[in-house]
Design a protein around this ligand. Structure first.
Ligand SMILES: NC(=O)c1ccc[n+]([C@@H]2O[C@H](COP(=O)([O-])OP(=O)(O)OC[C@H]3O[C@@H](n4cnc5c(N)ncnc54)[C@H](O)[C@@H]3O)[C@@H](O)[C@H]2O)c1
Length: 240
């Protein structure tokens, strides 16, 4: 029997209580990983794993998360930086608060998540980091200047990290989902969703589980051991 080699690997998923994050938590737990996940407000008691309330914009909280996970589950092997938000408005209506909220969560949150963990991955000479970017970071999207900028930055972050981390045997990759059926799509009006669907060759939105499998592949020390610094697009052929 073959496996992805994630049995007993300790993996932290940020924003794991719903949507794509909860699909990742569920899949990794089914593969035998020791999963911890953070949530900001609403605890999902249906999920397996260690649930920790923490806001990714709070550096001290994220330091505490890494300590708690290590204490409870052992040294961290994998990190999935998934927490993210949108504050969609066209540029002329975008407020400074919209800008700051998205950059603080999606980009500074990435830094806060990884800052206490990456040095430990280097010390143990093993680890895999997966950052959740977005199709908007690569092809742009109307109303998503703040979000697209944060998700393009996540790719630049990941690629630079992969180069620094390589000498320690640590990998860093990004997943760029297309449009995925989660709460994040709820604010989009139906007429706009119809137009987006016409543009997606698969003629459907993706499912959170379809992102989870891509993440599991990139975490795997077996399946993706020579894959680093890459962006895996999971988008039903909705490319740039
Ligand atoms: N749904 C899509 O179409 C889509 C497409 C591309 C990329 N993404 C990205 O995938 C990731 C997950 O999105 P989703 O669709 O599951 O959305 P979602 O809104 O259902 O879930 C987002 C998660 O992030 C958490 N979160 C938000 N702000 C946080 C904070 N400050 N601290 C801690 N946790 C916080 C939320 O609690 C939630 O668990 C995000 O990074 C998003 O940008 C989503």
């Amino acid at each position: 029997m073959l496996s992805l080699g994630l049995e007993d690997a300790t993996v932290l998923v940020t924003g794991g209580s719903r949507g794509i994050g909860s699909a990742i938590v569920t899949l990794l737990a089914a593969m035998g990983a020791k999963v911890a996940y953070t949530y900001r407000q609403n605890h999902n008691d249906q999920l397996p794993g260690l649930a920790l309330q923490a806001d990714v914009t709070d550096p001290a909280a994220m330091d505490a998360v890494s300590e708690k996970v290590e204490r409870a589950l052992g040294p961290i092997y994998g990190v999935v930086a998934n927490a993210g938000i949108t504050r969609d408005r066209v540029f002329t209506k975008l407020t400074a608060t919209d800008w700051d909220d998205v950059i603080d969560t999606n980009l500074t949150g990435l830094y806060n998540t990884l800052r206490p963990i990456v040095p430990k991955l280097y010390e143990q000479k093993a680890g895999s980091v997966v950052c959740i970017s977005s199709i908007s970071g690569e092809r742009g999207n109307v109303g998503q200047i703040n979000y697209g900028a944060s998700k393009a930055a996540a790719i630049g972050f990941t690629k630079s990290l992969s180069r620094e981390a390589a000498r320690y045997g640590v990998r860093a990759n990004a997943v760029a989902p297309g449009f995925i059926e989660t709460d994040m799509l709820k604010p989009i009006p139906d007429a706009v969703k119809e137009r987006i669907l016409e543009d997606i060759p698969f003629r459907r939105f993706g499912k959170p589980e379809e992102i989870a499998w891509a993440v599991a592949f990139l975490l795997s020390p077996v399946a993706s051991s020579y894959v680093t610094g890459t962006v895996l697009r999971v988008n039903g052929a909705h490319h740039t």
